[in-house]
Design a protein around this ligand. Structure first.
Ligand SMILES: NC(=O)c1ccc[n+]([C@@H]2O[C@H](COP(=O)([O-])OP(=O)(O)OC[C@H]3O[C@@H](n4cnc5c(N)ncnc54)[C@H](O)[C@@H]3O)[C@@H](O)[C@H]2O)c1
Length: 344
């Protein structure tokens, strides 16, 4: 199978590419990535030296670029997106362009090119707070109404529904996945766990929104990409028009995560710093994964205890990767990392 992977130079996309190249050696991968602040070719194996991997720098909103990239491909795995909730609260423009218009451009091209499988990587953020229709807190089901609470989540929900409509209207073999929060190697350090790890290692405060009790279900990125590759390699007839939650049943609060990182690194809890809560902050994200377990027989296998130690080791060992990101002097990242504010 030849797969177009959009956003393949980002965190989850690059882990997915690596997984495909090792677990499915007969497959070919074409990465299409704009290389925004979050994209980094250093996340991928060396392109020139990796058979079965090619790279195109380009924007998914550009129909010509997309059609060219799709030539000879059988499937699309669509990760490319603006992904940070906090950035979407400051300015949602790029989120609407890439996440909604970009997905539309890809769906149209897929329709023209008769693509055999379109895997849309949605998110559990589309559900808003995990609860029953009566408002009782419980993990979200694929059938729940979407109630996104941030511009990021709303743009993903729009694209999620658009993708579904291309299956319903045109029979395009679309599958949608809604995964919970990922962590692991190559995650851009504006996101919670790498930010906590870097600040803990470098002696800066770990910022905790509000009371720190907001909880998420944390899945290791290797589990997530394994599930995606597994779905992609099912006969399309089995998964087309389906929506699957993906999660690890590892619900943890922000405060718990910060304390865990500090404990593993043998740092003081005094590095915890409570800050003003995020606007529209979802109290609980959690997904019910019964459908993927019963219908496809897939479940996660990396525990948080094991995954977080492995992730911390990765950030400790890959200092050149971290330094190359810091060198780009991204203003938002510098503020998030509180660079320059050293604690004793
Ligand atoms: N990180 C999570 O916890 C999580 C959980 C569930 C779902 N998701 C979804 O998974 C996908 C990947 O997330 P991530 O955390 O790896 O994101 P990321 O921010 O690390 O990477 C996004 C990638 O998309 C590329 N990109 C952005 N705009 C583009 C455009 N217009 N054209 C081409 N490429 C563009 C960037 O350069 C980058 O390489 C997203 O769709 C996200 O919504 C993420």
């Amino acid at each position: 199978m030849r797969i177009l992977v959009t956003g393949g130079a980002g965190f989850i996309g690059s882990n997915f590419v690596r997984h495909i190249l090792t677990a499915y050696p007969d497959d070919g991968v074409v990465v299409l990535d704009k290389l925004t602040y979050a994209g980094n070719v250093a996340n991928l194996p060396p392109i020139a030296a990796t058979p079965h991997l090619s790279f195109i720098q380009g924007d998914i909103c550009d129909a010509e670029v997309v059609e060219h990239a799709l030539t000879g491909c059988d499937a699309i795995v669509h990760f490319a997106a603006e992904t940070h909730v906090d950035r979407s609260l400051l300015n949602a423009q790029d989120f609407i362009a890439t996440n909604v218009q970009g997905t539309y451009t890809l769906l149209e091209a897929a329709r023209k090119k008769d693509i055999q499988h379109f895997l849309y990587i949605s998110t559990d953020e589309v559900y808003g707070n995990a609860c029953s229709p009566e408002g009782v807190s419980r993990p979200s089901l694929e059938t729940d109404t979407l109630r996104p609470l941030s511009p990021y989540a709303a743009s993903k929900a729009g694209a999620d529904m658009l993708a579904f409509s291309y299956w319903a209207s045109y029979g395009l073999p679309v599958t949608i996945t809604r995964c919970s929060n990922n962590y692991g190697p190559y995650q851009y350090p504006e996101k919670q766990l790498p930010l906590f790890i870097m600040n803990a290692l470098e002696g800066r405060p770990l910022p905790i929104y509000g009371d720190g009790q907001h909880s998420r279900d944390w899945i290791h990125v290797c589990d997530h990409v394994e599930a995606l590759a597994f779905i992609l390699h099912q006969p399309a007839i089995r998964v087309a028009g389906e929506i699957f939650n993906i999660g690890a049943q590892e619900e943890r609060s922000t405060l718990q995560n910060a304390l865990t990182v500090l404990k593993i690194l043998e740092k003081s809890d005094e590095q915890i710093s409570f800050v003003q809560d995020r606007l529209g902050h979802v109290r609980r994200h959690a997904v019910d994964t019964t459908r993927i377990r019963l219908q496809l027989g897939w479940q996660s296998h990396i525990s948080f205890t094991e995954g977080i130690r492995q992730t911390i080791n990765w950030y400790q060992e890959n200092t050149a990767w971290i330094e190359s990101i810091k060198e780009k002097r991204n203003d938002f990242l510098n503020t998030a990392l509180n660079l320059g504010v050293q604690r004793q």
